[in-house]
Design a protein around this ligand. Structure first.
Ligand SMILES: C[C@@H](c1c[nH]c2ccccc12)[C@H](N)C(=O)O
Length: 402
């Protein structure tokens, strides 16, 4: 349950029973081939395995702007083509099957941007389980479309009025409610955060991303990729892409956080770049906090990365330097979004756009015979409206100015 000095269970006594039962149930399932057979039986529904292919024009763009002989080939792992439009379904299906195995009949979940809420509501509809999603009232207001989708999928959305009325308050409320209804209820947490065993559970289900990537790159290129890149909010898609490569030192791991208006401002969500170790939501990890230890308000143009904590496993990889973490600002994320849209005809989620910008910068520093894979964690349909107003500000069409 430890990732270096990070991880653990910093929770009230009343939560320990829940966590102990969950840990035993998860270990049981994880070691049972029948559980994984059942998980894979939903691959057609999830649209797994997700495809992986080369981004030819994005690679060409990098080579035009890099020095001679430089510019790694960029490949895309298409988690945006999964059912519900992101990697979130991997964790939701896995945890719902685990809940059923534990004899639970209802699910609770938290959400901020709404993606995890929608994924949880989706699997509960599929499995016939009652679903209650806790969501900060500020997020209910600004993510109305996803609230509508959750209700359409049969879930109940509870607006949380405490604190900043955003994601971190939704996590608190969901944990409080879980303690009250442990015997019938499982809490499907939306990212690789929270007290042990949650970060391990989420990373295990999301590892389908990295495991498939390893196989697909060996088939396509005959070897391991030289680097893999993922955006980092709570860290679920990054943990899932990185973990299968953690013991392959030749594979560089790059996480790209939300730099907002810049990490030298107080308006960003770059927890690993600008935070320090502390405790949040029952786990020791890097968090954005002021000198009194109060959690600071975060900002990102992408709601999915807008979280003041990060998974403890990523904090461990930062401290033992297995992974490198950088931050892309809102403006740089828009550049990543436009590059992929105009050069590959793929509109990525704003969260994912941070990883695209980071991967392009990394590719410029690598040789042409090297290969990078970007975890394309989500599609951008949800963002096109909010982006439309911003786009003119970031200058002319990128694709044509080469
Ligand atoms: C990424 C996902 C999410 C859901 N729960 C989270 C907990 C911590 C960090 C992120 C999340 C998203 N923000 C959402 O609200 O669904």
């Amino acid at each position: 349950s430890r990732f270096g000095e990070f991880g653990g269970q910093y929770v009230p006594e009343s939560l320990m029973d829940c966590l102990t039962e969950l840990e035993q149930g998860f270990e049981d399932a994880r070691n049972d081939p029948k559980f994984w057979e059942e998980f894979r039986s939903y691959y057609p529904y999830m649209s797994r395995p997700s495809s992986l292919h080369r981004a030819d024009r994005l690679t060409e763009h990098v080579r035009k702007t890099a020095e001679k002989g430089m510019g790694a080939s960029i490949y895309l792992k298409r988690e945006d083509l999964n059912h519900t439009g992101s990697h979130k379904i991997n964790n939701a299906i896995g945890q719902a099957l685990l809940a059923k195995r534990l004899g639970k009949t209802e699910i609770i979940a938290e959400t901020g941007a709404g993606q995890h809420g929608v994924a949880s509501a989706t699997v509960c509809a599929r499995f016939g389980m009652k679903c209650t999603v806790y969501m900060g009232s500020e997020d209910v207001r600004r993510q109305a479309l996803n609230v509508f989708r959750m209700k359409l999928l049969g879930a109940t959305v509870v607006a949380v009025e405490a604190g900043s009325r955003t994601l971190r308050d939704a996590v608190n409320e969901a944990m409080r409610k879980w303690v009250e209804r442990l015997d019938t209820t499982h809490y499907i947490i939306g990212s690789a955060i929270g007290p042990h065993p949650f970060p391990t559970i989420v990373r295990t289900f999301q590892s389908v991303i990295g495991s498939e990537t390893k196989e697909q790159m060996k088939a396509l290129t005959g070897r391991l990729p030289d680097a893999v890149v993922a955006c980092v909010g709570g860290g679920s898609n990054a943990a899932g892409m990185f973990h299968p490569f953690a013991n392959d030192p030749s594979v560089r791991l790059l996480g790209v956080e939300a730099g907002g208006d810049g990490i030298d401002t107080d308006r960003h969500s770059a927890t690993l770049a600008g935070g320090k170790p502390g405790v949040l939501h029952g786990v020791r990890t890097y968090i954005l906090q002021n000198e009194d230890g109060q959690i600071t308000d975060t900002h990102s143009v992408s709601a999915g990365l807008d979280y003041p904590g990060v998974g403890p496993e990523l904090s461990g990889w930062k401290d033992n330097e297995r992974a490198k973490f950088v931050a892309a600002t809102d403006a740089e994320a828009f550049i990543g979004l436009r590059l992929l849209s105009e050069l590959e005809g793929i509109i990525p989620a704003l969260e994912t756009s941070h990883a695209i910008f980071g991967a392009v910068e990394l590719a410029k520093t690598m040789k042409e015979d090297e290969n990078i894979v970007i975890c394309l964690s989500g599609r951008g349909d949800k963002d096109v409206q909010s982006v439309a107003e911003e786009l003119p500000k970031i200058g002319p069409k990128i694709g044509w100015d080469l």
